[in-house]
Design a protein around this ligand. Sequence first.
Ligand SMILES: [Zn+2]
Length: 231
Amino acid sequence: MKLSIIFSCQIFILFLILFVNLSFADEVRSTCFGSTKKGSLKNGVKLPRRGKNFKSYSWIAGIVGRTYVHSAVKEIMIDAYAELARTHPDIVYKYAETGFEEGGRFKPHKTHQNGLSVDHMVPVKKNDKSVHLPTNAFNKLGYAIEFNLEGKYKDYHLDYEALGALIKEIHRQAVAKGYEIWRVIFDPRMSPNLFKTSHGKYLKKNIRFSKNKSWVRHDEHIHIDFRVPCQ
Ligand SMILES: [Zn+2]
């Protein structure tokens, strides 16, 4: 009888150790250095390849290490997707290039150097259903796609309402964790459509949309820079 109690205790302790180890493994904290234009990252973490309502633009890009971010950014993104899965269960999202595990030059991008930049494909609808924008070798992982100013590409319609919900939720999660969005880059000629959505008022009040002419047109993807303290 006594032996069996000891045995049960040992099993319990073993589980406890395993559990604690697993939770620690999940709690890697990153440190960013410098700026998104000239910086680096320590203990970068990888975004998951897919989740309930989101996926990566390319599993190969994930394998070669192009989907690393600062741990704070990962938490923000994961929690935003989780909340969107609850509030907008019919919408699917697809993130794109983020950065290397140790940051640094991330060609062809001019930024994405310290784990605080995330590219995100615009959510789209086809035949009125939320679908993923196709991203593959033939369209430069989605970056070669060109939307017209009405937000149309082939049979795909840019879902401004879903895009507004995404930016708003990412901002809400960032603020809840003590951070901020520094800026969002989106084609300035298309952003008026975003402001017409039910999230327009919130976005105008809380998000700084870059008005500068960018090195590439941001129509098929948006670029988000987070404000997280760096060394
Ligand atoms: Zn970018």
